[in-house]
Write a protein that binds this ligand. Structure first.
Ligand code: SF4
Ligand code: SF4
Ligand code: FES
Length: 264
């Protein structure tokens, strides 16, 4: 027997529509049980009021990254957002992630992100490293593991004003992929150099460190402090420090090798 108790109704204003129309917010009254999250309410609406409501989800455990949407204007996982944490007595507005093209209702087309991901130079370890070289300090492991916690929900991409402004979207890879590059660049066994890609294709200079991405990350990755700022420093060292810039030009001309990178 269920011990959950129905104690109130909440009004949800849910975006309904597709790319071919302007869409509208449709209000639904949903009976609320203790512990309900926004995704539960959307499932109730699907089951009782609107079986054609398009919602993307999978794990309902905040781990697959599928259920991202904007709740009261804030990008969030609907499976992790409790109704009781939203202001009482006010309707709850639910809409799709607005940075990406709309497919239908609450489902956005995030495929642009996969194209960006494919352009990143993959992990490049040395071919002939002895086995002991793969044993590293716990501190180095933890630094990389933080970035590996990403569940690719794209909430950080959704909130980022650079991507939200569609004119600057294509030249900027966005915080999720700066996190991925940081996980590669700060890996002790990686030998690739992605600094030119970060500057040119990745558009890291567009980021003005507003930290909005860090605030919405459900995995609490310190995106700006631990990923973006160290990458910006590397790019600045390589391209805007006159000594390093000289050595880079010499290296690119094939005349000599630059001094080793200081990965400190
Ligand atoms: S800190 Fe940079 S990447 Fe993050 S939301 Fe702001 S501009 Fe975008
Ligand atoms: S960095 Fe955080 S907010 Fe961005 S996609 Fe990964 S888990 Fe989501
Ligand atoms: S359904 Fe998997 S993260 Fe929400």
């Amino acid at each position: 027997m269920s011990t959950a108790r129905t104690f109130a109704f909440r009004f949800l204003q849910v975006f309904r529509g597709g790319p071919e129309d302007e869409g509208e917010y449709v209000e639904y009254s949903v009976p609320v049980e203790e512990g309900m999250v926004v995704l539960d309410a959307l499932h109730w609406i699907q089951a009782h009021e609107a079986p054609d409501l398009a919602v993307r989800w999978n794990c309902k455990a905040a781990k697959c990254g599928s259920c991202g949407a904007e709740v009261n204007g804030r990008p969030t996982l609907t499976c992790k957002t409790r109704l009781s944490d939203l202001p009482a007595g006010e309707p709850i507005r639910v809409e799709p992630m607005r940075t990406f093209p709309l497919i239908r209702d609450l489902v956005a087309d995030v495929s642009w992100n996969y194209d960006v991901n494919r352009r990143i130079q993959p992990f490049t370890p040395p071919e002939d490293a002895p086995e002991e070289a793969w044993r590293w300090q716990q501190e180095d492991i933890e630094r990389v593991q933080e970035f590996r916690k990403c569940i690719e929900c794209f909430l950080c991409q959704d909130v980022c004003h650079v991507l939200r402004n569609h004119e600057t979207k294509d030249p900027f890879m966005g915080p999720r992929f700066l996190v991925r590059v940081a996980g590669l660049e700060l890996h002790p066994m990686d030998r690739a150099d992605r600094r030119r890609d970060l500057k040119d294709d990745g558009g890291i200079g567009y980021c003005n460190i507003t930290k909005c991405c860090t605030e919405v990350c459900p995995e609490h990755i310190k995106i700006t402090d631990n990923a973006i700022i160290p990458l910006k420093e590397r790019v600045a060292d390589a391209y805007y420090d006159p000594v390093q810039a000289f050595w880079r030009r010499v290296a690119e001309s094939g005349a000599a090798k630059p001094p080793p990178r200081d990965d400190g």
